[in-house]
Design a protein around this ligand. Structure first.
Ligand code: TXE
Length: 487
């Protein structure tokens, strides 16, 4: 934390060129705790001028100190940052839970994943290499892997640390200098990571962080002609604006835009194993997870049994204060709470059957943005609740008759991010798994985004490009082909 505005409200600053600076016009945004709606911090409301300064600082680093480091040296810095994150784990987790509202155990898991991203990309930095192409006998052709240059990163509020790790970690490992615009609702851990990066010795300007509104700071970053590549995770609507801005500057972009992921339960599934996962995949982070398993597709013969079992668990779920380790915390902000409540009202008005609802813990503070988890079944595949991403603790179940119908329904939304398949039949698991038009398929498990090592990204409305894993590192680089005639 940079300095103290009062005993309870902390005032934070941007990180530009290695310095802590306020917004160019001094404007700030209030940060409210989703647990109780109380003001507890302020962050700079970054301006186009701040973004310009950050891009210039990144360019100077890219052309200076940062590019002088070898890949091994860049990697070592990331590994040091991983250790610094781990040493700061309690503080980072508490900060995240306060800022974003997720239960403390989930914030801790995010910190662990963040450190692992830095470790993974840190150790990968000097293993990314090019190739030699056989061409004319008189020529030597080398293809080098090179950074894009200055990369822009727009981070959402649902998993700020993890998304920072997978995108900024990979970009830095690849040799890019970075400018990051965190979400206005979850900037604090990102600013803290920036401070840690400076402490472990990242050169000034390699990592710049400008907080602020999407329509000002975010739009200025994506439209800036000094940005060579953009990584965006967020809504499809904003993704369209980001890609349009990228197109105007003729730069590449990866978009991760959420999903409406199905979990397909066949009648030979190991239900004991499946049930906790079916519930957790939608409850984790209050359903505010891009790869949330928000649709259950259940084979007709076991439909009632599975719905009853899921309903039984749903009734016990409680949304509560993040520090009291509830099943789920509050929604991130009031807008998100209202968005989820609107979907619930609409579903009820359309006559959808509520199979079960959880509740809000009796000791949850009254000003918080809590929503009771709700499970609807049966729900028609064509209904709004089956087709649109709610981004809240709302689950629907739809029956299917056979494998062909299961595949058609699973692939039957505009999204294509993740899927789960539950069956004991080995051949079917492979067949159905390979028929899913998504970036990640889980069979007899559900990873909700999977490990650091696994490429992640979507089809269709879920976006394009891949982050995470080695492929994520490749995305943050491009090639230069060197043709040498030697006679
Ligand atoms: O998203 P936005 P919001 C979905 C989810 C959620 C909905 C709305 O369904 O309910 O989106 O959330 C920045 N130029 N996801 O409004 O607007 C913004 O400041 C550049 C799914 O928060 O997409 C923030 O940093 N940037 C998703 C980031 O974009 C702009 C995670 C995401 O905000 C901008 C989050 C602009 N014009 C929401 N406008 C997932 N894939 O997991 C905003 N931003």
């Amino acid at each position: 934390m940079n300095d103290q505005a009062s005993s309870t409200v902390t005032l934070h600053k941007n990180l530009i060129g290695g310095r802590d600076v306020p917004a160019s016009d001094g404007a700030v945004l209030d940060v409210l705790s989703p647990a109780d709606g109380q003001l507890f911090a302020r962050i700079p409301s970054g301006t186009a001028e701040d973004i310009d300064a950050a891009v210039k600082a990144a360019r100077a680093a890219f052309e200076g100190a940062w590019s002088k480091l070898t890949a091994t040296e860049r990697g070592r810095l990331l590994i040091k940052l991983a250790a610094a994150v781990e040493a700061d784990a309690d503080h980072l987790a508490a900060l995240e839970s306060r800022d974003n509202g997720k239960p403390l155990r989930q914030s801790r898991a995010d910190v662990t994943a963040l450190a692992r991203y830095f470790e993974y990309y840190g150790t990968a930095a000097d293993k990314l290499h090019g190739e030699v192409i056989p061409y004319l006998n008189t020529h030597f052709i080398g293809v080098e892997r090179v950074p894009h240059g200055v990369t822009g990163h727009i981070i959402p509020w649902n998993y700020p640390m993890q998304i920072f790790g997978r995108s900024v970690g990979a970009a830095l490992a690849g040799g890019n200098a970075t400018v990051v615009k965190p979400a206005e609702d979850a900037s604090l851990t990102i600013l803290r990571i920036g401070a840690l990066a400076r402490e472990v010795g990242f050169p000034d300007g390699a990592l710049n962080i400008v907080t602020g509104l999407g329509r000002t700071a975010g739009a200025a970053l994506t439209a800036h002609p000094g940005i060579d590549f953009i990584s965006f995770t967020g809504s499809p609507e904003t993704g369209t604006m980001v890609q349009t801005a990228a197109a105007k500057n003729h730069v590449g972009v990866t978009l991760e835009l959420g999903g409406k992921s199905a979990q397909v339960v066949f009648d030979d599934a190991d239900l004991e194993r499946a049930l906790p996962s079916l519930v957790n995949a939608i409850i984790q982070n209050g359903g505010q997870t891009c790869s949330a398993g928000s649709r259950l597709l259940i084979q007709r013969g076991i439909f009632k049994d599975v719905v009853d079992a899921v309903a039984e668990r749903f009734r016990t779920l409680r949304a509560g204060h993040p520090e009291r380790e509830p099943d789920l915390g509050p929604m991130v902000n009031q807008a998100q709470q209202r968005r989820v409540e609107k979907y619930l009202e609409r579903a009820k008005n359309e006559g959808l059957t509520v199979a079960a609802a959880g509740g809000i813990a009796s000791d949850a503070p009254s000003g918080g943005y809590y929503v009771a988890p709700t499970f609807f079944a049966p729900v028609a595949h064509e209904s709004v609740l089956s087709q649109e991403e709610v981004f809240g603790p709302v689950l629907v179940a739809t029956p299917f008759d056979d494998e062909a119908e299961a595949i058609r329904l699973a692939n039957g939304t505009a999204y294509g991010l993740a899927a789960g398949v539950w069956t004991r039949d080995a051949m079917r698991s492979t067949r159905v798994g390979r028929a899913m038009r998504v970036g990640q398929v889980f069979v007899n498990c559900y990873g909700a985004g999977g490990g650091v090592e696994l490429p992640f990204g979507g089809f269709g409305r879920s976006g394009h490009g891949r982050e995470k894993g080695f492929e994520g590192l490749v995305e943050f680089t491009t090639t230069r082909t060197l043709v040498i005639a030697h006679g």
